[in-house]
Write a protein that binds this ligand. Structure first.
Ligand code: SAH
Length: 214
């Protein structure tokens, strides 16, 4: 973990200033992103690059989502303090850390063991209480359900039934879905036991949501 510095704080401030021009992004999320050292979550070779827009490699063929994507998904989730949130696709742990700093009780699942191990020890080192699991995200985390929010950070081809059913009434599932190269961001709100509303948002390109542990 490369130490934070005045210089890196400056890079972070610039990164967030650009995001602040998007009025749809929640300022509370952007405040957290300005405070949280994003470079802790990537290899030191990417320390500077990670503050510019775009995804970056984190090992196991995966990427940390771009700053805009993290801000966008976190905004759509509408996190309130103390809410129980499930993230699918821990990756670097950055998105989970943002949710935790927003005051949520965060559970996160990752199918790649090396990423799971790295992220869970880093989050501990940062003294963030995020519960990490080496699991297949398609199954969710039934023993901890229901959740106020579920955030999928990999591109799905459909809305997994099991995830919908782990939302509490009023809960939101934010998930990028598409069958081609890009995915459309969907917000699925649970209105009743078997009543769901689906809202459609912008298009993104995520690494694929794959079945089973790696
Ligand atoms: N939220 C991450 C983004 C990582 S990219 C971050 O902030 O860095 C998406 C991640 O989803 C990858 O690490 C990938 O391994 C993971 N993933 C894909 N399919 C999965 C599944 N079925 N269960 C758990 N994790 C999965």
């Amino acid at each position: 973990m490369e130490k934070d510095s005045f210089y890196k704080k400056g890079l972070r401030k610039k990164m967030v200033e650009v995001l602040r021009q998007n009025e749809e992004l929640d300022p509370r999320v952007l405040d957290v992103m300005e405070e949280l050292p994003r470079h802790y979550f990537v290899d030191t070779a990417f320390t500077e690059k990670v503050y510019s827009e775009g995804p970056f490699p984190i090992g196991s063929g995966q990427t940390i989502s771009s700053p805009y994507t993290v801000a966008y998904q976190s905004t759509l989730l509408k996190v309130e303090s103390r809410q129980k949130i499930l993230e699918i696709g821990t990756g670097s742990g950055y998105q989970a850390a943002v949710l935790s700093k927003l005051g949520a009780r965060v559970y996160t699942l990752e199918r790649h063991e090396p990423l799971f191990k790295k992220a869970s020890s880093l989050l501990k080192e940062l003294e963030l209480t995020v519960r990490c699991y080496h699991r297949d995200g398609f199954k969710g985390l039934p023993e901890m359900a229901p959740f106020d929010g579920i955030l999928v950070t990999a591109g799905a081809t459909e809305i997994p039934e099991k995830l919908k059913m782990q939302l509490r009434e009023g809960g939101r599932l934010v998930i990028p879905v598409g069958i081609k190269r890009t995915q459309q961001m969907l917000v699925v709100t649970r209105l009743g036991p078997d009543d769901f509303r689906v809202e459609k948002y912008a298009h993104f390109r995520f690494v694929p949501f794959l079945k089973g542990k790696a």
